[in-house]
Design a protein around this ligand. Structure first.
Ligand code: SF4
Length: 278
C-alpha cells in the first residue's frame, strides 16, 4: 500500500481573466444577452386563453397540474412529450459536443453565462486584469472596501433577479411581483428566491471554475464524446514547442511565442507553463 495519499483537491487560485475582443467574444455577448433575456422576460409574456385559463404564455401551474407553453397545454398524462423533448435535447447536446467540443460549456451553460456576467460587472467596477490584480494585492483600505462592496451589491442584485425570475414561471408573474414587494407572497416564494440568489451569488461570484472542476458531472461525460476530429480549444504542444520569444527564436522554434496571452484571458485559469492544462 502506498504510504502517501495524493489529494484530489487543489485550493482555488485567484484568476483575473483579461478582456478579449473578436468574433467569438462578440458572438458570446450576443448569446448571453439572448439567453438571459429569454430567462428574465419570458414569464412576463401574456397569452390570451379565454376567461377561465391563465393568460401567462409560459406557466408551470403546479396546483392544477398543467404546463402551459404559448398555444400548447400539457397535462400530466402527456408528460411523455416533455420526456421526448428532453431526450432529443440530450442527443443534440451529444452531437454538438462530438463535432464542436465544449460549446455547451463555453457558450450556453448557466454557470458560464452567469460567471461571464459577474466578470463583466467585476471588470466594470474594478477595471481590467492589471487593475484587479493590484486591487487583490492591496491592503483593505476605504477604496478597496468601496469597490468590493459595490461589486458584491451588483452581484447580489443580479442573483436576486435570477431567483426572482425563476419563481415567476410558477404563478401569475405580475400578481406575484406585487405580493413579493408587499411581503404577502407565500414563504416558499421567498425561500426559493433566497436559495437561488445565494447559489447564483456564490457559484458565479466566488466558486466559478471550481463548480466545473469539482461539482459538475458533464466534463467527465463529454470527454468520451470527443475524438481527434472534434474542434477543441487546447494548447497543441507538438505545434507550440519549443517555445521561444524575441531574438531567441530560430527556425527550430515552435509556433508559441510565450506571450502568455492565452493564459491571461482564460477564465478557467489555464496554465501551460508546465505544458499542462489546469
Ligand atoms: S463544466 Fe459543467 S458547470 Fe462548467 S461550464 Fe461545463 S457544463 Fe457548465
Amino acid at each position: 500500500m502506498a504510504s502517501e495519499q495524493t489529494s484530489l483537491y487543489a485550493a482555488q487560485e485567484p484568476i483575473f481573466p483579461r478582456r478579449v475582443s473578436g468574433f467569438f467574444r462578440t458572438f458570446k455577448w450576443w448569446l448571453m444577452a439572448v439567453t438571459l433575456g429569454i430567462y428574465y422576460l419570458t414569464p412576463w409574456i401574456r397569452w390570451d386563453r379565454g376567461p377561465s385559463l391563465p393568460d401567462q404564455a409560459v406557466l408551470i401551474d403546479m396546483a392544477n397540474r398543467r404546463f402551459y407553453f404559448f398555444w400548447i397545454e400539457i397535462w400530466p398524462h402527456e408528460f411523455y412529450f416533455v420526456a421526448g423533448l428532453l431526450i432529443m435535447a440530450g442527443l443534440g447536446l451529444f452531437l454538438f459536443t462530438s463535432a464542436l467540443g465544449r460549446v455547451w460549456c463555453g457558450y450556453a451553460c448557466p454557470q458560464t453565462v452567469w460567471t461571464d456576467l459577474f466578470i463583466l460587472v467585476e471588470r466594470w467596477v474594478e477595471g481590467d486584469r492589471n487593475a484587479r490584480v493590484r486591487l487583490y494585492k492591496a491592503k483593505w483600505d476605504i477604496k478597496k472596501w468601496r469597490l468590493r462592496l459595490t461589486k458584491w451589491a451588483l452581484w447580489l442584485a443580479i442573483a436576486i433577479a435570477t431567483g426572482g425570475a425563476w419563481v415567476f414561471y410558477f404563478t401569475d408573474a405580475p400578481q406575484l411581483a406585487v405580493d413579493l414587494v408587499t411581503f404577502s407572497a407565500h414563504p416558499i416564494a421567498y425561500t426559493t428566491i433566497a436559495i437561488l440568489a445565494l447559489t447564483t451569488f456564490v457559484f458565479g461570484g466566488f466558486m466559478r471554475e471550481q463548480v466545473c472542476i469539482y461539482m459538475c458531472p458533464w466534463p467527465r461525460i463529454q470527454g468520451a464524446m470527443m475524438d481527434d476530429d472534434t474542434l477543441t480549444v487546447a494548447y497543441r504542444e507538438g505545434r507550440g514547442e519549443p517555445r521561444e520569444k524575441g531574438k531567441k527564436r530560430t527556425d527550430a522554434s515552435g509556433d508559441c511565442i510565450d506571450c502568455m496571452a492565452c493564459v491571461n484571458v482564460c477564465p478557467m485559469g489555464i496554465d501551460i507553463r508546465d505544458g499542462q492544462q489546469m
